[in-house]
Write a protein that binds this ligand. Structure first.
Ligand code: FES
Length: 172
């Protein structure tokens, strides 16, 4: 069976179950088993076929860290805004690039990390800032990325081990 046929089957099955949070999460888990993550196309299809707002799906993805929106294992966003840049933000970006041997496509040599930049993470007071897998890391000293990364990996391992419980959302 092709991936698209498998997706059709999943959608057909879950459409009979309504659009409760449990149903949407169960559908996403199945999709992730097939695609390795939940693609934009699937999210778009969910909004149409389950009549849910994109903001609801974003909220679910936020609250269930095991559900991934990207094919990469980790996403790092370095702030390149003026305040962060004035506090060695660009050096930090270079440090991250070097650490993972990031290519011009923004992907690490092993294909596991996707590096992006953003103009301001709206946390200028604590610059330089970066986000790793949706979590903010601030006041990073020069040469300090290795330590930050270790902590980030440890915290995601703890989540996977279940020390972090995924929270239920009140559905609108
Ligand atoms: S410039 Fe980096 S958070 Fe605003």
């Amino acid at each position: 069976m092709t991936e698209s046929e498998q997706l059709d089957e999943i959608f057909e099955y879950y459409k009979r179950e309504g659009n409760s949070q449990e149903t949407l999460v169960a559908l996403m888990r199945e999709v992730q088993q097939i695609q390795g993550y939940i693609s934009e196309t699937v999210l778009q299809r969910m909004t149409e076929e389950f009549e849910v707002k994109p903001s609801v799906l974003s909220l679910i993805l936020k609250m269930y860290p095991s559900l991934k929106k990207s094919p990469y294992e980790h996403e790092i966003i370095c702030c390149t805004g003026a305040r962060c840049s004035s506090k060695q933000g660009m050096e930090l970006l270079e440090e991250v690039k070097k650490y993972f041997s990031v290519g011009s496509d923004g992907v690490s040599a092993d294909g596991k990390v996707c590096l992006r930049t953003r103009n301001c993470l709206k946390q200028c007071k604590t610059s330089p800032n970066m986000m790793i897998d949706g979590r903010l890391y601030s006041n990073i000293p020069q040469g300090g990325f290795g330590k930050v990364w270790e902590n980030a990996v440890k915290s995601s391992e703890n989540q996977a081990a279940g020390s972090h419980t995924e929270r239920r959302l009140p559905m609108p």
